[in-house]
Design a protein around this ligand. Sequence first.
Ligand SMILES: [Mg+2]
Length: 128
Amino acid sequence: MSLNILIVDDSAVIRKMIIKTLGLSALPLGEVCEAGNGQEALDIMDRQWIDLVFADLNMPVMDGEVMIEKIRSNPEWADVPIIVVSTEGSRTRIERLQSQGVRFVHKPFSPEQICRVVDNLLELCHEE
Ligand SMILES: [Mg+2]
């Protein structure tokens, strides 16, 4: 089993940091795709099956919250695990996202935080 991963962030530096962290983890990586905003991410998901999404919130063209709504309202993508990686500080906004089954990691993040949240998600997937 290998996982196709989509990393959505308008910062190429952050995308590279997440990719580097995943490379150091025990995660079996398949395709690793990058998108600079929500619209690019949806275009990629149209073409390619994605097992796990890392998403920023503040992005041009289409922000992370709109993108997440669109992913969750598409029956084909509704259950795709999403990890939001953001500087977001509003409890209400974070809770609204968590109610859609989204995990949250604060920026700046450590590689350990990313690994922990991925491990948790995958354990949940195995239990199902
Ligand atoms: Mg951003």
